[in-house]
Design a protein around this ligand. Structure first.
Ligand SMILES: [Zn+2]
Length: 66
């Protein structure tokens, strides 16, 4: 049995977190960011991708689990 939930795994092999942006330009938009993004890690990972691509408003990216 496999989970149907899509999980995006970063290239540092950590599962990326799905976060919500609250900046003025992107309020409410969701994005994946590595849990090692900044925060003073010894080897920080700058993986980042939008969950909802602005140029393709009616589609969704399926990362894994299809
Ligand atoms: Zn990473």
């Amino acid at each position: 049995m496999e989970m149907s939930t899509a999980i995006l795994v970063c290239y540092c092999e950590n599962p990326a977190n799905l976060n919500t942006s609250w900046s003025n330009d992107n309020s409410g938009r969701r994005f994946f960011g590595c849990k090692k993004y900044e925060n003073g890690f010894q080897n920080p990972c700058y993986f980042f991708t939008w969950f909802d691509p602005p140029l393709i408003p009616h589609s969704r990216i399926v990362f894994l689990g299809f």
